[in-house]
Design a protein around this ligand. Structure first.
Ligand SMILES: Nc1ncnc2c1ncn2[C@@H]1O[C@H](COP(=O)(O)OP(=O)(O)OP(=O)(O)O)[C@@H](O)[C@H]1O
Length: 334
């Protein structure tokens, strides 16, 4: 289907040779190499609907980039299958390349020694984009990303934020229905991050592009995604809307207390867990938010004040960082 991403039972295993330590070990490794299998992605199934922005989340090494590499046709899966806009990416790389745009925040796909505008012209020729269309699209991108102030500069001289904005424009110049973004805003300042987010929102809402995004930035997830897929150790552990994940893993409340004595030994109270402690600040939350006997915020407040000498208390809603931390803890346990 145009614009959709379908992933079915996808697995990818890497085989690497382990180097033994020391000179003798190195020689033994040469004669008798020890091979180990790394299951980077195991039996993952999910869909992204046309025009949807899905955040693919997981801790470092979870298998996010490997999944994106399969979907962009860079890697072939060990088993299972994937389709992007109806095309099997690793079987028909050329057709897939016309349907997708990809940005890897850590590296550029532009020509390092050329001014950005020349890179854009080369891409126009490669993808055979009509001149007027190319100019109109560049203007649209420039309106939000403000590229024209630096697009005559060589790529090697751009700042990170400038370079990634150019990469985004380059990835979308041929008007692909599907876009893959692997940590696009990594290392950017807050102003540029916001600019990139506005651009992505525009591309999804106004242009109907399908976006698969990986990020460790929960503000980004909150601002852009309605649905997330969480993978851990290569396995899919969660697929749901942000609301569902909040309901499942978000504490319904948090009590932030400032202790009179920062050295007080803080222990969990019945049904109340200690989520964080930094100096005199302690954050309490429900031990099991879904549990039938979970204390209400008023009961928790009372219990904390009765047990500890506090100089201040505040009630917070759990932020997405905490929700995802709880989801990661759950993922480790399954
Ligand atoms: N070419 C490779 N050869 C061997 N192992 C690999 C290769 N590529 C990835 N891996 C391993 O597969 C696992 C998943 O890696 P991947 O890059 O997909 O994780 P990730 O979720 O994108 O992590 P991060 O958030 O740190 O970018 C890791 O343990 C990684 O070391």
């Amino acid at each position: 289907m145009p614009g959709s991403i379908e992933v079915r039972g996808l697995s990818r295993t890497f085989h690497t040779t382990v180097r033994r330590p020391g000179l003798a070990g190195t020689l033994r490794s040469l004669v008798n190499p020890e091979r180990v299998a790394k299951h980077a992605v195991s039996d993952i199934t999910f869909d992204v609907a046309p025009g949807e922005l899905l955040a693919l989340l997981g801790p470092n090494g979870a298998g996010k980039s490997t999944t994106i590499k399969v979907l962009t046709g860079i890697l072939t899966p060990t088993s299972g299958e994937a389709r992007v806009a109806g095309v099997v990416p690793y079987q028909d790389r050329e057709r897939n390349a016309r349907n997708i745009g990809a940005v890897f925040g850590q590296r550029t796909q532009l020509w390092w020694d050329l001014p950005v505008r020349e890179s854009f012209s080369i891409l126009r020729d490669i993808y055979e984009v009509p001149k007027a269309e190319h100019a109109a699209r560049l203007k649209e991108f420039d309106d939000i990303l403000e590229l024209s102030t630096f697009w005559d500069t060589r790529v090697r001289h751009l700042s990170l934020g400038q370079r990634v904005r150019c990469d985004l424009a380059a990835a979308l110049l041929h008007d692909p229905p599907v876009v893959f973004l692997d940590e696009p805003t990594i290392g950017m300042d807050v102003v540029v991050k916001e600019q990139v987010r506005e651009f992505l929102r525009h591309q999804v809402e106004e242009r109907g592009r399908t976006v698969l995004l990986t990020t460790h930035d929960m503000t980004e997830v909150e601002r852009l995604a309605e649905r997330v897929v969480l993978i851990n150790h290569g396995r899919l552990v969660l697929d749901g809307s942000l609301d569902e994940i909040r309901r499942r893993f978000g504490s319904t409340w948090q009590v932030r207390a400032t202790l009179a004595d920062a050295h007080t030994d803080v222990v969990p109270l019945p049904g109340i867990a200690v989520l964080r402690k930094e100096g005199p600040q302690v954050v309490f939350g429900p031990e099991s938010p879904d549990g039938p006997d979970s204390p209400t915020v008023h009961q928790a407040l009372k219990a904390v004040i009765e047990r500890y000498e506090v100089t201040g208390v505040a009630i917070d809603e759990a932020d997405l960082e905490d929700v995802m931390r709880a989801a990661y803890v759950h993922a480790e346990a399954v």
